[in-house]
Design a protein around this ligand. Structure first.
Ligand SMILES: Cc1ncc(COP(=O)(O)O)c(C=O)c1O
Length: 402
């Protein structure tokens, strides 16, 4: 491995959402934060170099999106995902959550129904509700830790007049990389019931060995013309603080509506550093990403082995994509809030509460394993400590019962 992902980098006192203000977030300053989805790795050198070079110029005036930026997005989508994207299909937005809001504002009216599939990244709920649209949830089906889509329920929901579906592909937090067959079924239902599909593909570059991401816009002509695909270098290259993402809309009418909303809100201009970083990432970041995926996969294997050996009460299905692990802690028999607090108090471990991803996240915790191996090991030791405390208190209860 050429790149050094093993070296811990101090992130405290950088105004990091993940690492700073832990007492406010978790009620304890000494927790190890393994929650919000950014990585504890420095981004690849070509990104740092591009920012430094742009910085040396010293003037950061209003800037257009250069052709070279479009070409980098086109090149990346072709090389990594086999999708031939035309330049005119690409728009830019500060972030994927912004794009989801823009899509809802552009293509639906207050009161319209929008489908999401839970458990899912919390803003999927809020973007619908905050825009006064009607939230329709199609819970994923979980069988022995494997999540799949309830197509029967999805069809009923679409048939009842839903206008839009927001797809999380790959799916945070359950780590599913949807197969071409699954995507094809979604696309066919969208066609049958004229539902516009918004596909959040922010995790699409973080695919574990043996799996393949398919951009849903490539599965049929219909869905290509009736979908909006949101991508970003932010998860892939750890640059979410540079707030720059892209939106791909092949249909000119939809694109015009989306662009109108961008202009109405006044967010058509991108951040100078975000643009150079995006271009450098998509042009020169591939070898770093390939090493990163190997490192993340090793981290996941390390976690699974540790849990099997030391904490059999907590079950994990290996994620097919993303660096987020969905810990099934239902055997600990605690409600979501108590479970989350328990890990903070007994393990000094800061994880995401599964309940934040929907009611079907009860009894689950989400752990972010995009960190150096030593940090992961420390996190696992803390998890173990908490579960040992749980076993001890259970044993005490049992002996009292006797
Ligand atoms: C599925 C998904 N979409 C969007 C985002 C955030 O995107 P952005 O920071 O570009 O708004 C995340 C971050 O974790 C995510 O998991």
């Amino acid at each position: 491995m050429v790149f050094d992902f093993d070296k811990p980098i101090e992130r405290s006192n950088t105004h990091s959402v993940k690492w700073d203000n832990l007492d406010t977030t978790f009620g304890a300053a000494d927790v190890l934060p393994m929650w919000v989805a950014d990585m504890d790795f420095a981004c690849p050198k070509p990104i740092l170099d591009s920012i430094e070079e742009r910085n040396r110029h010293g003037i950061f005036g209003y800037t257009t999106h250069p052709d070279s930026l479009y070409e980098s997005v086109i090149g990346w989508m072709k090389k990594r995902h086999g999708w031939n994207v035309a330049k005119e299909w690409i728009l830019y937005s500060p972030g994927v959550v912004t794009s989801l809001n823009l899509a809802i504002m552009s293509f639906t009216q207050p009161g319209d129904s929008v489908i999401i599939q839970s458990p899912v990244y919390p803003p999927f709920f809020s973007v619908v509700k905050n825009n006064d649209r009607t939230l329709v949830v199609n819970p994923l089906i979980e069988k022995s830790g494997y999540y799949s889509i309830d197509f029967k329920n999805l069809e009923d929901q679409m048939a009842s007049g839903c206008k839009m579906m927001i797809l999380c592909s790959p799916h945070n937090p359950v780590g599913r990389v949807w197969t071409r067959t699954e995507l094809d079924r979604i696309a066919k239902l969208c066609e049958k019931y004229e539902v516009l599909l918004i596909s959040d593909e922010i995790h699409s570059d973080l695919i574990m060995p043996g799996h393949k991401h398919t951009p849903i816009a490539t599965v049929s002509q219909y869905i290509k013309q009736n979908s909006v695909t949101c991508i970003a270098p932010s998860k892939t290259f750890n640059v979410p603080g540079l707030t720059t993402s892209a939106v791909i809309i092949p249909n000119p009418k939809l694109r015009m509506e989306f662009k109108k909303t961008i202009n109405r809100i006044g967010i058509g201009m991108s951040n100078v550093f975000g643009m150079v970083a995006m271009e450098a990432a998509y042009t020169h970041g591939e070898s770093w990403l390939e090493d990163l995926i190997i490192y993340l996969d090793d981290n996941i294997n390390c976690l699974m082995e540790y849990l099997e050996t030391n904490i059999p009460e907590i079950k994990v299905t290996k994620p097919q994509g993303t660096y987020l692990v969905w810990l099934d802690c239902r055997a600990l028999n605690m409600d979501g809030k108590t479970l989350h607090k328990f890990m903070i108090n007994k393990g000094k471990l800061g994880l995401n509460n599964g309940l934040d991803f929907g009611p079907d996240g009860e009894g689950f915790l989400r752990m972010n394993i995009a960190c150096p191996r030593v940090t992961l090991e420390e996190g696992l030791n803390r998890l173990n400590k908490a579960v040992k405390a749980w076993r001890n208190s259970n044993n005490q209860k049992d002996s009292k019962d006797i």
